[in-house]
Design a protein around this ligand. Structure first.
Ligand code: SF4
Ligand code: SF4
Length: 474
């Protein structure tokens, strides 16, 4: 099929000796944005992506509505430091679990990338889902298809262009505000959000400020920045050059089959008829034929566009397709590679440790705290220490806790409230006092209380402090 024009893999055409074709990409070499106006495309991948986007947006909007165990499926009650996730309940003491969540997500993404390239970017990233699922359709609705929108953008400013621009951005703001309200519901719950909506913003200024900030963020990110977010801001996009290897699945152009490209009647050409259709549908404005680039979010639009061209030309589909870089070179793809094993082992190790940590997570917290002031007092020949037992009920239902001394020996332990009921995720401080005859004191000694509740029991240790009586044992 002729000599290759580019060298795969190329993760950023700008970083190689092969310059990006003029007019390709949304970021010019002068650093200015070249705003893409992607053309409409139809095909199996676009249809599948629409279904996935719809399902993800529906799920995202539904989670604050779906009750599990008496709470929304996801409710991050930051005010009360209580977090409800799919029936499980966490509080501030469980914040360390966030480490596992973040690292697990990171390793999961590394494994996914080693296997499926940027599938996350094209199919599940909120940036792509909202841009392609909500904001792009708004733009199409008001401004029409690519050619019409381009003509308007390049033409003179008229009443028609002004009202369309105004309507587009007004609808963006409405969509961003709606998304921001759903987002807020994750933190204040739906009833909380509903109550806020019926009162003045002055009654809940912090939540109102968060809503405004999130609306602005969504508007700028999904309505204005769009592909620039992926190309310039997103750290995951920047990591592609280290995460993707020759065996990861990517959206790629088969240059062995396509080159030398040429118009339909060109003698000796490859299968690419240089129709530019794959370029004009690209939401990041790149030419996939230049090789794999950081700007490619693997959205599959160019696959459908080229398949459509191939269908019309009665050529086999797949000139642009999902394949590995090795596969595009005509070599066999390796599934098991060292990086996949390393990422996979790290992910499994993280999941195993997180599972054990979750399993061993206690249903309540109990800590003995010394009362402020002197560590001990002397009264009627006795040494006396005062403490507070800080109890935290970590379950989402009320629980009764009983407190008793464990093997007190000659220590006298007084617990004025030996049984205490605590509301869901609530906490109480229960005082207790420990005494010992001065004459028996022979040094600091351990004290242990046994706390039972929520189907578990826990020994809480602290120390009895004192000083021997004058003339007593030392
Ligand atoms: S859509 Fe296919 S045939 Fe047309 S320019 Fe792109 S790769 Fe070539
Ligand atoms: S090159 Fe193809 S897959 Fe990549 S972003 Fe552009 S249209 Fe999507």
């Amino acid at each position: 099929m002729g000599e290759s024009r580019t060298h795969l893999p190329v993760l950023d055409a700008r970083a190689t000796a092969q310059p990006r074709a003029l007019g390709s990409g949304s970021l010019g070499t002068d650093g200015r944005r070249r705003r893409p106006y992607p053309a409409d495309v139809r095909g199996r991948w676009v249809r599948a992506r629409r279904v996935v986007y719809f399902a993800l947006i529906a799920l995202w909007a539904a989670l604050p509505w779906i009750p599990i165990g008496g709470h929304p499926a996801v409710f991050l009650d930051v005010d009360r430091r209580s977090f409800f996730l799919f029936g499980a309940t966490f509080n501030a003491q469980d914040i360390w679990l966030l480490f596992f969540a973040v690292t697990g997500f990171g390793f999961g993404l590394a494994v996914l990338t080693a296997l499926l390239g940027r599938a996350w970017c094209g199919w599940a990233c909120p940036q792509t889902v909202f841009v392609e699922g909500v904001f792009r359709p708004i733009e199409r609705l008001v401004n029409g298809p690519r050619n019409t929108a381009l003509e308007r953008a390049k033409g003179p400013t008229t009443f028609d262009t002004i009202w369309r621009k105004f309507a587009t951005h007004a609808l963006y703001v409405v969509a961003a505000a709606f998304a921001a309200h759903v987002f807020l519901a994750y933190f204040v719950s739906l009833p909380g959000l509903w109550a806020m909506l019926r009162t003045s913003p002055a009654a809940h200024p912090e939540a109102f400020a968060w809503m405004l900030g999130t609306t602005a963020l969504f508007y700028v990110s999904f309505g204005v920045a769009r592909e620039q977010f992926c190309v310039v801001v997103c750290p995951y996009g920047r990591l592609q050059s280290v995460l993707i290897d020759d065996d990861a699945l990517v959206v790629g152009y088969d240059e062995r089959r396509g080159e030398p490209r040429g118009k339909a009647k060109t003698e000796g050409r490859g299968d690419c008829v240089d129709c530019n259709r794959c370029v004009v549908v690209c939401p990041t404005g790149i030419d996939i034929r230049e090789g794999l680039q950081l700007d490619c979010i693997a959205c599959t639009a160019c696959i459908d566009a080229c398949d459509d061209v191939m269908d019309r030309l009665k050529q086999p589909r797949g000139l642009i397709r999902y394949d590995s870089l090795r596969g595009l070179r005509g070599e066999a793809r390796r599934f098991l590679r060292p990086r996949l094993v390393v990422y996979g082992v790290m992910l499994l190790a993280g999941v195993a440790v997180a599972a054990v940590a979750l399993h061993r997570r206690e249903p309540f917290e109990a800590n003995a705290l010394r009362l402020p002031g002197t560590p001990y007092t002397r009264e009627a020949g006795k040494l006396r220490n005062g403490f507070e037992l800080h109890l935290v009920n970590k379950s989402s239902s009320p629980a009764t806790f009983t407190i008793a001394p464990a093997a007190p020996g000659d220590l006298e332990v007084l617990i004025p409230i030996p049984s205490v009921e605590i509301e869901p995720l609530g906490s109480r401080r229960v005082p207790f006092f420990v005494s010992l005859d001065e004459a028996r004191f022979d040094g600091d000694r351990p004290i242990t209380l046994r706390v039972t509740g929520n189907g578990a029991s826990k020994d809480v240790a602290t120390r009895f402090l004192g000083a021997p009586a004058a003339g007593g044992p030392r």
